[in-house]
Structure formats: structure tokens, C-alpha cells
Design a binder for this molecule. Structure first.
Ligand code: ADP
Ligand code: MG
Length: 257
């Protein structure tokens, strides 16, 4: 029954990787940063990737974010095979489909918050007035409507990270990726950033966050642990068949709907 086995459009995972591997040549040695990762993430999941330092978390995120290509394996993003694409094609897909938040914010120091958030729209070829409108809206969404003309050194760490989140969201990406987004923030400021992620998730955003802090990972619905470049555990496999449910995220969301 070919028709019955075809996946419904709505059931298409946001991302799927199969046999994903990444090696780095270090002199005469080869580092196997990722070995053979299989993973599917559905629309509106909130996933935390954990694991010790050097376990391959950033390597995985950089591949998922189309910042790097895998050495082996396949990566489908929104149903399209992206592994094997040229750097130029990857940059195009990254601009359209991915919002990336870094531990160190990675804002342009000389540009205002508004300009930083507009930049992905410049690359996407969006006209000036529309750019300004959407960047303003994204900054309001992260409660920085009153800081739009500030430069990064005129903002606190938490505000800088919120500018970076607005920049990640301004293109309406299919996937929001965040690599240790609270790693450079104090606990209270980190909680504010996590509250923002929870609100975005409740609005339907798909989120993958890397953290080595269990308190941070507890905000997600599903936890994946990497060790030595491979998946050691994945909540979705433990509860196979059932929707991923976690202590906080799922209940908080359930009580709202
Ligand atoms: P994590 O983010 O979990 O700390 P990484 O993905 O950064 O881990 O690194 C995984 C492994 O790959 C580590 O052994 C690291 O040293 C190695 N690695 C990462 N990036 C590079 C690179 N650009 N060149 C060489 N080795 C790398
Ligand atoms: Mg890392």
C-alpha cells in the first residue's frame, strides 16, 4: 500500500540525520568527533543535548545549523537533503531555515541592536522598510523595544543574548539552535533567557539547545546525551511511540492548551 506508508506532510520531521559522522584531521591523527548519529526531531519539539566536554555537542549543532558539513551520513532539513550541498547552498539554507544562538552572542560590536537583528534580512534580500519593521518586531518580542539603538557594549549580557535571539528569530526559521546559550550568563539572567525559550516553544517554535547543566536541560521536553561522538541516551527512544514528555516543559505547556 504505497499511499498508506507515505508520510503525511504534517508528520515530516523538521530534521532527520542518519549515520551522521564528522572526523577532524589533527596532524597524523583523526579525531572522530561524531561517529554514527541517528536522530529525528519533530515540529515544535524542545530538545536538550547534553554530554561531557568533547562529546561532540557543538560539532552536531554546527552540522544541524549548516555551519559545517558531515564527513559521513545524511541530513534532511524540512524534507530536503542538505548533506553534500556546496557552502553557498548551505549558507542560503542556513539563512532561511536556521536561527543560531551562540554562547558568546556573536553580535557585531559596532552595530546597534536593530542593525544586528536586520542583518540576516539583508542577506535574504528583504527591502529596507520591511527589514526595519520585522527587526523592530523581533526586538519587541524579546522585550528590547526600548534598547533598539544601543550597541552591544551598552547592553548587559542577558540583553545581548536577547538581541542574538531576536536575530535568530527574525527570519522565522524552522529550527532554533542554541549552543550553551546560558553559559556566559549568571543564573538569574540565564533563567530569563530560558523563560523566553519556553514562551517561544509555547508559540510553536522548534528548539534544540546544548547544555551541560541539568537545570537548564530540565526546561526541555526531551533530553539526548552524547558520549564520545555517539548518542548514549535519548528520551524519545525510552518512551518510543509516545510523544516525548518531560518534567517541566510538557506539563507547563499542557496546562496552557
Ligand atoms: P563539545 O561541544 O561536546 O564539547 P565538540 O563538538 O566541540 O565537543 O568536540 C568534539 C571533539 O572534536 C573534541 O575531541 C574536539 O577536540 C574535536 N574537535 C572539535 N572541533 C574540532 C576542529 N575544528 N578541529 C579538530 N578537532 C576538533
Ligand atoms: Mg561545545
Amino acid at each position: 500500500m504505497p499511499g498508506a506508508s507515505a508520510p503525511r506532510a504534517g508528520a515530516e520531521p523538521v530534521l532527520r540525520v542518519q549515520g551522521l559522522g564528522r572526523d577532524y584531521a589533527m596532524g597524523s591523527e583523526t579525531v572522530h568527533a561524531l561517529r554514527a548519529v541517528d536522530l529525528a526531531i519533530q515540529r515544535n519539539e524542545y530538545v536538550a543535548i547534553m554530554g561531557p566536554s568533547g562529546s561532540g555537542k557543538s560539532t552536531l549543532m554546527n552540522i544541524l545549523g549548516c555551519l559545517e558539513s558531515p564527513t559521513r551520513g545524511e541530513y534532511w532539513l524540512n524534507g530536503a537533503l542538505v548533506s553534500g550541498l556546496s557552502d553557498a547552498d548551505l549558507a542560503h539554507i542556513r539563512n532561511r531555515e536556521i536561527g543560531f544562538v551562540f554562547q558568546t552572542f556573536n553580535l557585531l560590536a559596532r552595530a546597534t541592536a536593530l542593525r544586528n537583528v536586520e542583518l540576516p534580512l539583508v542577506y535574504a534580500g528583504v527591502a529596507k522598510d520591511e527589514r526595519r519593521r520585522r527587526a523592530t518586531e523581533a526586538l519587541r518580542r524579546v522585550q528590547l523595544g526600548d534598547r533598539m539603538h544601543h550597541k552591544p557594549n551598552e547592553l548587559s549580557g542577558g540583553q545581548r543574548q536577547r538581541v542574538a535571539i531576536a536575530r535568530a528569530l527574525v527570519t522565522n526559521p524552522a529550527l532554533l539552535l542554541a549552543d550553551e546559550p546560558t553559559g556566559n550568563l549568571d543564573t538569574r539572567t540565564g533563567e530569563e533567557v530560558l523563560a523566553l525559550f519556553a514562551a517561544l516553544h509555547a508559540e510553536g517554535q522548534t528548539i534544540v539547545i546544548v547544555t551541560h547543566e541539568p537545570d537548564v536541560a530540565a526546561h526541555a521536553q526531551r533530553r539526548i546525551v552524547l558520549r564520545d561522538g555517539a548518542i548514549e541516551s535519548d528520551d524519545a527512544r525510552r518512551h518510543a511511540g509516545a510523544p516525548a514528555a518531560g518534567p517541566r516543559g510538557a506539563e507547563a505547556e499542557g496546562s496552557r492548551t
